[in-house]
Design a protein around this ligand. Structure first.
Ligand code: CA
Length: 234
């Protein structure tokens, strides 16, 4: 089956050649040129990936991204930012986008990023895992905390799943970069720290006093779920 991509872009000069290129690369493409229509389509139809422009009529890309994550929709989002919109990039990643590319971008670069995101988003075969208050439905890519669904970006989800697969094991930042980010050249160990910080915000009672995602200074991180059969020695 062809992966289905929603291309949210209001400039035809960008959208139409991109549609043709992605179509030739084997993807099914739907274009939305208005922010409200894009939000509606992304909320109701099944896409494997969303390419999201920021400046749009109707509703901007940042708000669309935030609304989708708040609705629990985990479709990977690649933001297309205009040159110099650094604040938008950071904000985009913070509210749940998975990657971004600055315009004008090379189409080959975009295709590589799309492939990488689709590869990472492939859910693992197992289905339900529970760690104290955290429940992970890996097949549906849904995570619950104390019974409530928690919106996560695709990367946060991947990172959480990686921790969950290795409870009580010291994981170095390099290992996380290798296995969760596939050594994406745009990513540094700082990105790992930022994502762990976001998981703490979402799952720790007190993110400043983490009990689940523990830092081992100079070494890496340790996931210590409360019901894991592990002796906690800090
Ligand atoms: Ca635009």
């Amino acid at each position: 089956m062809k992966p289905n991509i929603l291309l949210v872009e209001d400039e035809e000069a960008i959208a139409l050649p991109l549609r043709d290129r992605l179509h030739n690369a084997g993807y099914a493409i739907e274009i939305a040129s208005d922010g409200l229509i894009a939000l509606e389509r992304a909320s109701t139809a099944a896409f494997q990936l969303i390419l999201l422009d920021i400046q749009l009529p109707g509703k901007n890309g940042i708000d669309i991204c935030r609304d989708l994550r708040q609705r629990g929709i985990q479709t990977p989002i690649l933001m297309l930012t205009a040159f110099g919109e650094t604040t938008d990039k950071i904000l985009g990643l913070k509210i749940g986008a998975d990657d971004y590319l600055t315009k004008p971008f090379d189409q080959a670069e975009l295709l590589a990023r799309i492939e990488a995101l689709l590869r990472r988003a492939t859910p693992p075969p197992s289905t339900m895992l529970s760690f104290g208050p955290i429940r992970i439905d890996s097949r549906a890519a849904q995570v619950f905390f104390k019974g409530q669904p928690v919106p996560l970006s695709a990367r946060e989800f991947q990172l959480l799943c990686y921790f969950a697969a290795n409870p009580g094991k010291l994981l170095s930042r390099e290992e996380l970069l290798r296995d969760v980010w596939s050594y994406d050249p745009g990513v540094s160990t700082r990105t790992v720290d930022v994502h762990v910080g976001w998981l703490r915000q979402k799952f720790e009672e007190d993110p400043k006093q983490p009990q689940l995602f523990i830092t081992r200074i100079g070494l890496g991180y340790l996931f210590l779920p409360p019901d894991a059969d592990i002796v906690k020695t800090t």
